[in-house]
Design a protein around this ligand. Structure first.
Ligand code: ZN
Length: 259
């Protein structure tokens, strides 16, 4: 595989967002679906996995946003859904029960910081539920990535996708992937921390590229794509990150679609 093959490879953006309602729009981050998709296409992407910013940032909107994305993802080819759980909201568990391993739902999205809770309090409740579904859980880190290890080691049937690679203590992502007893910790490149000098390279050198997903958080996808395309890692590693790892991890979702 040469660099041109990498450039021509359609990416799967496993961590993206859209804004649903103008009343919550931030002037600097106004990505409705159409905008997000244009930006993703410019970065040669053919699938985006989404939670809405309203669902992630406003606990009172979790349920309505989950329903909104469930319906939207049935209509829009390139769109996939993370179902948001707020552990204090029983209805969000009922929604996840309906949506997981169904339709175009790829897993559970957690944002303890925006929703104002901690995994110390609610980890067991959430991950025992996730375990019943063998779910992938995308989580915004509360601390350096190794904070996930007690949960990952306790729930081997859950895949823990720690977002925003290189944030907090960057090398902790390599530590967490390496030290997880069941090999069930993954990371995504979303956010600005992975732009740091040799961050992506350090982690790939330590633990390989097999458990790293491409994600943009909806911020300047072309910038993130360029970070991977021009990283000092092999072209095979770049292709794994941009697409092949997601094809592998979410194979069941993509198979469901073909039926
Ligand atoms: Zn995000």
């Amino acid at each position: 595989m040469d660099l041109n093959d990498v450039r021509n490879l359609k990416a799967i953006d496993a961590h993206n967002h859209i804004f649903h309602f103008p009343k919550y729009d931030n002037e600097m981050q106004l990505n409705d679906l159409e905008t997000s998709w244009k930006v993703a296409c410019a970065a040669n992407t053919d699938k985006i996995f989404i939670s809405t910013m309203e669902g992630v940032c406003h606990t009172e909107m979790v349920e309505s946003e989950n329903d909104y994305l469930w319906n939207l993802s049935q209509e829009v080819d390139y769109l996939y859904q993370w179902v948001v759980i707020d552990p204090r909201n029983e209805n969000s568990f009922l929604q996840a029960k309906r949506m997981l391993n169904n339709g175009k739902c790829v897993g559970i999205k957690l944002h303890p910081r925006e929703h104002n809770y901690t995994l110390a309090e609610f980890g067991d409740k959430i991950f025992s539920f996730a375990s019943d579904f063998g779910a992938v859980v995308q989580i915004h880190p509360e601390d350096s990535a190794t904070w996930i290890l007690p949960h990952a080691d306790k729930y081997p049937d859950v895949t823990f996708l720690v977002a925003h690679m290189c944030s907090w203590l960057g090398r902790a992502y390599a530590d967490a992937i390496e030290q997880a007893k069941h090999g069930n910790v993954w990371a995504d490149t979303s956010g600005s921390a992975s732009y740091c000098n040799v961050g992506v390279e350090y982690i790939v050198n330590r633990v390989g590229s097999d458990k790293i997903l491409y994600g943009t958080d909806g911020y300047s996808s072309g910038f993130q794509r360029g970070r991977i395309e021009y990283a000092q890692i092999s072209n095979e590693d770049k292709a794994n990150i941009l697409r092949f790892n997601a094809e592998r991890l979410f194979a069941k979702t993509f198979e469901r679609e073909k039926k």
